[in-house]
Unconditional design. Sequence first.
Length: 158
Amino acid sequence: MAATSSKSVLFVCLGNICRSPIAEAVFRKMATDAGVVDKWVIDSGATSDWNIGSSPDARGLSCLRKHNIETRHRARQVTKEDFMSFEYILCMDESNLSDLKRKANSVKNYKAKIELLGSYDPQKQLIIKDPYYGSDEDFETVYEQCVRCCKAFLEANS
């Protein structure tokens, strides 16, 4: 999947329809604007199998469009191969983190660095809360957190 000369990041949340596709789209736009998107393999995935093949949540898509960002992502579940092919796997909360670490333990010599995306937040908001049962404002909060975290992550990896 990821070429040896490229950097790679997989954003992960529970269902891959709210937080992780927003993070993926935000990071892709930042990398594009910075002229480095061709140096990255960028994707997102879910710890669960609930939404495989689904488009991102309409409220998330609306939030992204409001910020002039488009995505054609379809939800997918994280695979064992992801732990070998991605350099970074960045997730949204402690539950995602423990699910990923448990899955990673079944992969021999996996190379991915598994972290909370929020660990890059200059405002130190470690957890990016699931907006699924929330409002449009909750999606906007997720977007703003993703912007801060992705900016810091991209700077740390440039």
